[in-house]
Structures are given as C-alpha cells and as structure tokens.
Design a protein around this ligand. Structure first.
Ligand code: BGC
Length: 760
C-alpha cells in the first residue's frame, strides 16, 4: 500500500512539475527564460512539506572525515535521503557511486528531487594543475580559465556537479597556509583571476556535460586572519573590505558564479556565516546576486564557539536570517530550523528563498531533466588524465613559474652540458609537486624534477641525484600535523661529493606541500630543516648553483637571494611538474611569470604587500629613528609584487600620460633588449595623492602580457577612466575625487616610470 501510494504521488508530482517544467517529458530548454524557470521552481516548492524544504538546505558529507568533525556513520544518511531531507552531498566520488547515491533521492524519496554532488576541485581533479597561487603568478587569465576548464571536464566526467572553487580570498600574509589557494595579495589581479576561474569551470552553459557550478569562497575576509593564523579573528576597516577584499567576489558575481561560500572567520565581531551585512545587504541586495550561499564546513554550529550563538537552534536562526542558504555538514538546519520557523522567529519566506536558490541551481545543471546525466563511467575513463589534460597542465605549470634571479645568465642551461648534480629531497619527490587540496590526484604520480631533467638533456649528459637533506617525516596526509626534522645532515657528504664533480648543481628547496593549505599556518616562513646549511656547503665546492624553489607561499630566503646563481620559483606545479621545470631550465620555455605576492626578507615583516599606505612618517630620517621602519632589517620586500625575470630583458622609456576628463591615455615604449623572444607583463599602477581617505602608495590598475621578438620595440597603451581612479568609501559608495594622481608603468611594483597628472 505504502509503495503504491508513493508511486501514485510521484505520478501526480511528475505531472504537476511537467506542467511547469515543459509539458510532460520535455527537458527544460536551454533558452528558457528566468521567469519560466522561476515558475517551475515555484510549482515544485508548492508541493513541498516544511521538512522537505529544510531538507533542500542540508548538505551531508559522503564517507570520510574531511576537514572537520563529521556527523558520524553513514547508514542513517541513506534514510535521510530517502525521506527527502538532504539537498546535496560532498565527497561522494566516482560516476558510479554518485549514480548509486543519487538513486536514493530520485527513486525513493517522495518528490524524487535530485541531489547536488560537490567536491573541492581546487586545482584539478585527477590531472593536477599548478596550485591557484601559481596560476595567478602567470598573470595570464587564459592559464586560469583553461586550468579550471580541464578541472571541470574531469570532475563532471566523474559525476560531479559543483566545485568549491575558486577560493578568492585576497591574502597579504605569507604565514597563512591558505595563501596557496588564493590569487595572492592584489584585488585587481585577484578579480581578473576570479573571473577567469569562474568562466573556466562554468563555461557559458551550466547544463553542458563538461562544465560544473563554481563557488566563490570564502565570503568574506578569511584571508585577513590575524597574525596569519588560520580561522583567527578578522578586523578590517570598511574601506579595506570594499576596496581590497570584495573586488574578486564582485568579479565572480558579475561573471555569474553559481554559488558562494561563507567562511569560518568572524569579521569585525560578526561571524561571516551569520553576517547579514555581507550575505544579504552586499551580496544579495546590492549586487542582486541570485545564486546560492553555502556555509563552510560546520561553520553554522561554529558560531557557538565564536560566542555568537547560544545553541544549535539559535545558530540555525542566525544563519538563515543572515542569508546562508545551505548548511554544509553542520547538522544545525536539520536540528534547529523547524522549531524556529514554526515559532515564527524565522519567516518561512526566508526558507523558501533559500530553497528556490537551491532548486534553481539543480534546474540550471539540467538535473530535473536527467539526474544521472553527469554519471557516465565511460566518459570518466576517457577524460581522467587524458593526454590533452596533461599537456594543458604542463603548459600552465611552465607559465606559472617565476624567475627570481639569473646571475651571469647561468640559465638557460645547455642540454649538452656534461654533468648535472640534482640535489635535495624535493627533486626526487613525485608527490610534493601535486600540492595540497589535490582532489583525486594519484599519490606519487607527478613527474619529479630528476625525471624531468633526465628526459630533457642530451644522451651524453650525466644526471646524478643526491638527497642531501631530509625535510619532513611523520604523517604526510591532508589532515595531520607534519613533523619537521631540523637536523638530519646524514646525506650532506654524498651531496657535497656530487656537487664537487658536477658542472652545475640544480638544488630543489622549499616546503612539503602539506606545510601550506588549510590549517597549515606557520610562524616562520623561512625554509625549514637543514636546507640552507646544505646550500652553504655546496656553495663552497661549486659556484654554479641553480635553486629550484617549491613552495605554496612566499618564503623568506635572503641568503639564497644573495648566494644562489639562479632562483626559480616553481610553486607546487602539479602532475607535469618536472617536465615543466625542465622546459624552463633548458630554455624550451622562456619564463614569463611574475609574483602575485611579495616575498619578505624575514617573517617579522608579515603581513607584507606592495599596496601600503604612506603613513605620516615615510621619510628616511638618517639622523634619527622617528620614521616608519624596522631597526633590525629592511622594510621593503626581498622580491616585490609583480617581479619576475625572463631570458629576454626589457626596458621602459618615454612614458606619456595625457587627457584629463573621462579618459586618461597612457603610452610607454617597451623594448626587448635581449637576444631571444620573450613575454613581458607590463604593469600599470596609480596613486591618488590626496583623498578623503588615505589611499595606498600604489594600486595595480592594469596589466598586459605581451610577446616581444628579440630587439623588438612596441608602444604599449592603457586607458584609464574616472571609474578606475575612484575608490569605495566607508559607506559603500564609489567616489571619484578630483585632484592629483601619479600614474606609473613598469616591469614590477618597484621598478616604475611615473608621471603626475591632475584630473578634475
Ligand atoms: C574549507 C572549504 C572547503 C570545505 C569542504 C572547509 O574546511 O574551508 O574551503 O570547501 O572544507 O571541504
């Protein structure tokens, strides 16, 4: 009887939905108007009980403990799905498993509403692209767009609908482990990357089988955690919020990102998850954002720990009122929301609005047409780690690398060189280059630096490896603390002998990939263990040392900046790491990356960023100490934002800044004075000299990545409008204030040609 009743009900429902969802069996048309979609969503909503509505706002974890405490075993989750009380799941993997889990909702729940399946596809699903910070270092939006396109192709083939990316938290503190996931320190570059990442994941049609819904996270301020300690308090001024933190999110919203995620942090005293000002006033009202807001993992109940909610029920009420549409593994909406709604404390209209946002996304993904459409195990086999995807990963990786030093043009190395000593544990690692947040990367599957060098050199070149130092021991896994070994020098002797008898040393230095990422903040951003000691020993026996850095954050490496002959920052470059590094070392690719973050001399300088305020005492008063500076070290960056060398070299001349009204025309002559062709990122900065709020001494307002043949000279042009010279005041209003501006163009944020102009 029960079965036939439910079958009967579903028949009725299908007909009712069909009358809205395009006469019976027809699929929703791609060109359906928003209005039609909304009507269809409303007709479904009208059939739902309060429990079923709340169910749509609930997301459960798939199987294992991921980044926080889970809600226990799994059997009961199946029951909840069958009862129509689960809207989405994360961490359910493979096309087959997703199909199986989806069937619980579609075949057994009363309304058969499909679930969303989500996963952290941060820089690739199985094929690993370089980490996001590295992609930003390409200053090439195509790298970002193609990277997330590859990730979306693989993830969708594995049955997924939705990724929790891009992470677009501007971060200016190298101590914060999640800087690795971010586009770096600058809002302009961050906004450009955010747009490209969203476009790559989503394409122009969410219902396409090769695209997935993106998620702009973490809204907002998470990258400004005090002292760089993950999950810590965030206190920022309104103008920093508007002018620095929000621009990438605005860009993602404008690019049509399907979802947002709030964050673990509080912002000026209010947890982001319960923050009505962020989620409703700014996002949903001012920006008219009609997508869905998911909480971060358990961030709704964490409001109790923040001391902002008394208990689960209050946390549920606060989050729903504030605009958090979905509860990720917090189990608070399921426990606390119903009572708050029936008591009238939370209006059912707010819940309806949240449910509509969830259903619209399901509709746009085509799940009401065919809930299993992404679960195609044949396509999954073909797509994962395909040749095309690996080639894209190699290209993205080499475009992301930043050449920091190249004394006496030691690079590029000749492929015919007689002997190369490859030294350092990281050089042989096939795992560390895969990075943190590595989704389904196969452990130990990256091309190591040793392998990359061996396949690049001539048959006569002798390539020998010595480990030299031991960087880490202990539990190398996503959720566990690493133990860093500080004093293991047993490999030094072998490495020194090898360096002595080799023409050149390529030394890999840096971090384990699990030193950065979530929960991986560090007090000290210098290199750990005995790496520098070994470098100093090698330097005594060989004066041709090329250092290949592998890091997920800016590192303090003043000794290397002075003593290495060449320094190449390769970040965590992904599956094709070794090949891509060899492409750069041997000149098959001329490096073109620029730093998206400032590198400090010392951890004590953090947070460090180029876009500082002047202060009232910027001037070096040699006769006394009363100006803004450190007494025991430099103020400036070791390598500034925007910095990066090429095997070509570029000069900037004849900067012209004209115009006064609506458009300011900027021209500069750039010449490649080198003997090889190469790309340069021409950067444009402004300074608003006097304003009603103190403004930064430099702000990036444009960049162009351009190829120059050897000896080629080009006039590069930019146009700025009053809008570009404006800023957002503390009331959230964009204002242009006439007056004096400085316009600078150059190769990085430090080496600039500047002209003054008055704009009225
Ligand atoms: C992270 C999010 C992530 C989520 C789901 C959280 O710990 O902060 O960025 O998307 O876990 O894995």
């Amino acid at each position: 009887m029960k079965k036939s009743l439910s079958t009967f009900l579903k028949g009725v429902i299908i007909c009712l939905i069909a009358s809205g969802f395009n006469a019976c069996s027809d699929r929703p048309q791609a060109n359906s108007t928003t209005n039609a979609m909304d009507q269809r969503v409303d007709s479904l909503l009208s059939l739902m009980t309060l429990d079923e509505k709340i169910g749509q706002t609930i997301m459960y974890n798939g199987t294992w403990e991921f980044t926080g405490p889970t809600s226990g075993g799994n059997r009961w989750k199946a029951e909840k799905i069958i009862n129509g009380q689960v809207g989405a799941m994360l961490n359910v993997l493979t096309a087959d498993e997703i199909r199986r889990t989806q069937a619980l909702a579609v075949d057994s729940s009363r309304l058969g509403i499909p679930m969303l399946f989500a996963y952290d596809v941060i820089h690739g699903y199985k094929t690993m692209l370089p980490v996001p910070l590295a992609q930003a270092a390409s200053w090439d939006t195509e790298v970002a767009r193609l990277g997330s396109e590859v990730a979306a192709r693989e993830a969708s083939a594995a049955g997924l609908h939705w990724t929790f990316a891009p992470m677009i938290d501007i971060s200016r503190d190298a101590r914060w482990g999640r800087i690795m996931e971010s586009p770096g320190e600058d809002p302009f570059l961050g906004a450009a990357m955010a747009k490209a990442w969203v476009e790559g994941y989503q394409g122009d049609d969410l219902s396409s089988l090769t695209t997935i819904a993106a998620c702009a996270k973490h809204f907002a301020g998470y990258g400004f955690a005090e002292a760089g300690r993950d999950y810590n308090t965030v206190e920022v001024s309104m103008h920093t919020l508007y002018n620095v933190i929000l621009p990438p999110f605005k860009a993602a919203s404008d690019a049509g990102v399907a979802t947002f995620m709030n964050g673990f942090n509080d912002l000026n005293g209010i947890p982001a998850t319960g923050n009505e000002f962020l989620q409703r006033t700014i996002l949903k009202d001012k920006w008219a954002y009609d997508g869905m807001m998911v909480s971060d993992w358990g961030s709704i109940p964490e409001m109790i720990f923040h001391g902002y909610a008394m208990d689960t029920a209050q946390a549920a009420a606060i989050a729903m009122k504030a605009g958090s549409d979905m509860d990720m593994e917090g189990r608070v909406y399921e426990k606390g929301l119903k009572a708050k709604i029936t008591s009238g404390e939370v209006s059912e209209e707010l819940l309806d609005d949240a449910v509509r946002r969830v259903l619209r996304l399901k509709y746009k993904l085509g799940l009401f047409d065919d809930p299993y459409r992404y679960s195609d195990s044949e396509r999954e086999k073909e797509e994962l780690l395909s040749k095309e995807n690996l080639e894209a990963a190699r290209d993205a990786a080499r475009k992301s690398m930043v050449l920091l030093k190249n004394e006496t043009n030691i690079l590029p190395l000749k492929k015919e060189i007689k002997s190369i000593a490859v030294i350092g544990q990281l050089a042989a690692s096939k795992d560390i280059p895969l990075g943190s947040w590595r989704a389904q990367a196969v452990p130990n599957s990256a091309i190591s630096l040793v392998e990359g060098i061996k396949s690049a050199v001539s048959a006569n070149t002798k390539v020998e490896f010595a480990k030299g130092y031991t960087l880490t021991v202990g539990n190398r896994s996503f959720g566990k603390e690493l133990t860093i070994v500080e004093d293991d020098k047993t490999g030094f002797k072998e490495a020194i002998e090898l360096a002595k008898r080799s023409d050149v040393v390529v030394m890999a230095m840096g971090e384990d990939c699990y030193q950065s990422g979530e929960g991986r903040s560090q007090m000290d951003v210098g290199l750990k263990g005995s790496q520098i000691d070994l470098f100093n020993e090698l330097k005594k026996v060989n004066d041709n040392i090329v250092v290949v850095l592998m890091t997920g954050r800016p590192v303090a490496i003043p000794d290397l900046a002075t003593d290495a002959n060449a320094l190449l920052e390769t970040w965590f470059a992904g599956s094709e790491s070794g090949n891509a590094i060899a492409d750069v070392l041997f000149g098959d690719y001329n490096p073109s990356g620029k730093l998206p973050v400032s590198f400090p001399h010392h951890s004590g300088q953090e947070p460090l960023y180029y876009s500082q305020k002047s202060t009232g005492r910027p001037i070096n008063r040699a006769e006394n100490v009363f100006w803004t500076h450190y007494t025991d070290g430099p103020n400036d960056a070791l390598f500034p934002f925007g910095y990066g060398l090429s095997y070509a070299s570029f000069t900037y001349e004849d900067l012209k800044v004209t115009g006064s009204g609506e458009s300011i025309n900027i021209k500069v002559d750039v010449t490649n004075t080198g003997s090889v062709g190469g790309e340069e990122v021409v950067q444009l900065y402004i300074q608003d000299v006097a304003a009603s709020l103190t403004r930064p001494i430099k702000e990036l307002k444009g960049f162009q990545k351009i190829f120059f043949e050897a000896d080629e000279r080009k006039t590069i042009k930019f146009t700025l409008t009053k809008d570009d010279l404006s800023f957002i005041n503390d009331h959230g209003e964009k204002v242009f204030e006439p007056g004096d501006f400085r316009i600078s163009v150059g190769s990085n944020s430090r080496d600039l040609n500047t002209k003054a102009i008055t704009i009225n």
